[in-house]
Ligand binder design. Structure first.
Ligand code: N01
Length: 551
């Protein structure tokens, strides 16, 4: 059992095999998987309950954009057979209910310490162990540290002048009040038109007296076509669940069931293309749309055909031509920023109580006591402001933890020019620290839970390998890490992704290094690579054992 002893000052010192940072989907599966190997584990979670992203993001309309039968754990067939998803796409409350069910069903809660934020993590190179400290005064020693802290878990409110003077209420999508917000009769602003903004805007518009949407960059959005779960579809899916999950390993997005495209968009006639895009538009969903042709994400001319199809749809839906033109994205290829899925988003701009404000041409200058002022001097009177302004993505959560080694290295310094990892799983110079779906991993470009399970299983097998050989230290070689980073960049550069100012590139955070962070070579290629690395004796990693053990 973990050993808890007292330190001077009354702080508890705990010894673990694995300290896990985060109690969301990744942290919970890590507990289950690693505890199942007989390891002593504990997860530290800043929130007052489990769930991570789905615990925090409670804004109106929050819903997953991956279908519910896919966006769920695969590790237990009983679980996936028994759980009933009521709709095609899971709502935030439904997904949180599912996560809580999993936590109870697999008795995971006893190894989650809630309301506890990890503040620092220091690797002791003599003992080959991490020491973590928390904001509650805990000191935790662990052989391994698993960072399951999320990619979109550090909400960001832009540094607008005057925000402290605002007399109304303001909210961020990722820090939503648990008892909800009633916007009835209020003059509301939503700033930001990414996935969060696009989901909440139609709902807030129905409540508010007036809604101003402050848009800096128009985003492409496709209809989700959410609907109650079709019982036949559910039955067919469940009859085939394990095979579908296995088949997902051989797809770029970790989701099976989308026929692989066979030709370039430029090989199809304009009529054929239009019919194909129309069929995908009617079907709903983003992956299927981007998978219509082989080259939508790699060839600008091919991409233009899909982008223009969606722009035409927007022009067809939005009645005011000026608003429609502002909503029609023209500054990035479709799919190079996260493609949004919506329910009635563009239609919302036909309402009399909704106004779109272009803050690209007239930026927000300050928040005032009574609202918001743009650079041109236009004043907007507001009772509430909603920031749907995103997150310090992919590196933000780790940047908030002071991660160091006793040799004097700091992760913040190492990543000052952009994150460096081997396989997205480990960082050279920071032994025994695993990252789940971090930079350099395909996680955020896939069905996230599939990536979480794949990463965690790989980590668990690696730890088992070390135990069999009585090894207590692993880290990637600098050469393997450099080669992986180069490969991640080369793959990104062979696509259209770098053409967009997205959070994939850190572009939404002023001053953040402009480095493309996810691996976009596909989940299939990534998994094959991880499997080959393990099969080749963990190629690119160095193992060792030191006489000193965790003291
Ligand atoms: O954040 P975002 P998000 N002045 O960064 C704007 C996942 N997710 O929370 O593009 C004015 O995408 C910013 O403008 P610009 C999903 O992976 C999934 O919406 O930087 N505007 C942009 O419009 C998603 O991609 C789901 O010019 C400012 C917006 O704020 C990721 O989370 C649901 C500004 C931020 O968009 C993040 O989505 C929700 C400023 N100073 C989220 N600063 C589903 O599964 C920023 N903006 C459906």
């Amino acid at each position: 059992m973990p050993d808890a002893s007292s330190l001077p000052g009354g702080r508890a010192s705990t010894r673990l095999d694995v300290a896990i940072v985060g109690g969301g989907l990744a942290g919970l599966y890590a507990i289950h998987r690693l505890r199942g190997m007989g390891l002593h584990v504990r997860a530290f979670e800043a929130g007052s309950d489990v769930g991570g992203t789905w615990f925090w993001n409670r804004y109106p309309g929050a819903r997953c954009d991956v279908e519910s039968l896919e966006y769920s754990y695969a590790f237990s067939d009983e679980l996936q057979q028994e759980w009933k998803w009521p709709e095609r796409y899971g709502t935030q409350p439904e997904i949180l209910r599912y996560i809580n069910h999993v936590a109870d069903r697999f008795d995971l809660r006893r190894d989650v310490q809630l309301d506890t934020r990890v503040m620092s993590a220091v690797f002791d190179g003599k003992a080959n162990a991490w020491t973590l400290t928390t904001d509650k005064g805990d000191v935790v020693r662990a052989r391994f540290c698993v960072m399951a802290a999320g990619n979109l878990s550090t909400p960001r409110v832009p540094d607008f002048k005057g925000i402290g003077d605002f007399k109304g209420k303001w909210y961020h999508s990722g820090l939503w009040p648990h008892d909800g917000v009633d916007f009835s009769g209020l003059r509301v602003a939503v700033i930001g038109t990414g996935s969060s903004g696009v989901q909440m805007i139609p709902i807030i518009a129905r409540q508010a007296k007036h809604l101003h949407v402050f848009q800096r960059t128009a985003n492409f959005s496709l209809p989700a076509r959410n609907a109650p779960m079709d019982p036949d579809r559910e039955r067919r899916h469940k009859a085939d669940y394990p095979a579908r999950r296995r088949a997902a390993f051989d797809t770029p997005f970790a989701i099976a069931g989308y026929p692989k495209p066979t030709k370039s968009a430029l090989q199809a006639s304009p009529e054929e293309r239009r019919a194909a895009y129309e069929a995908k538009w009617q079907e709903g969903g983003s992956i299927s749309f981007l998978y219509a042709y082989t080259d939508l994400l790699v060839n600008k001319e091919a991409n233009d055909t899909a982008a223009e199809f969606v722009r035409d749809k927007i022009r067809g839906i939005v009645k005011d031509p000026k608003t429609a033109e502002l909503l029609a994205p023209k500054d990035h290829p479709i799919g190079t920023k996260r493609l949004c899925l919506d329910t009635g988003y563009y239609e919302t701009y036909n309402r009399d109580n909704v106004t779109l404000v272009d803050v690209r041409s007239d930026p927000i200058q300050e928040i005032t006591a009574t609202g918001l002022r743009t650079a041109s001097g236009a004043d907007y009177a507001l009772d509430a402001i909603v920031f749907a302004t995103g997150f310090d993505a992919m590196t933000g959560a780790l940047r908030e933890i002071d991660i160091r080694t006793t040799d004097g290295a700091s992760l913040a310094d190492k990543w000052a020019g952009g994150p460096l990892t081997y396989l997205g799983l480990m960082v050279s110079g920071f032994p025994n620290m695993f990252i789940i779906t971090g930079p350099g991993s395909p996680g955020v470009k896939t069905q996230m839970i599939a990536s979480i399970e794949q990463h965690t299983d790989w980590i668990a097998n690696c730890v088992a390998h070390m135990r069999r050989r009585d090894l207590d230290r692993i880290e990637p070689t600098p050469e393997a890490e450099a080669a992986w980073v180069q490969h991640v960049n080369a793959v990104a550069d062979s696509t259209l992704y770098p053409l967009a100012n997205s959070w994939y590139l850190g572009a939404n955070i002023p001053g953040k290094p402009r480095v493309f962070m996810p691996y976009v070579g596909g989940f299939d290629a990534y998994k094959r690579r991880c499997d080959a690395v393990a099969a080749n004796g963990y190629e690119g990693f160095e193992f060792s054992r030191q006489p000193a053990t965790v003291a």
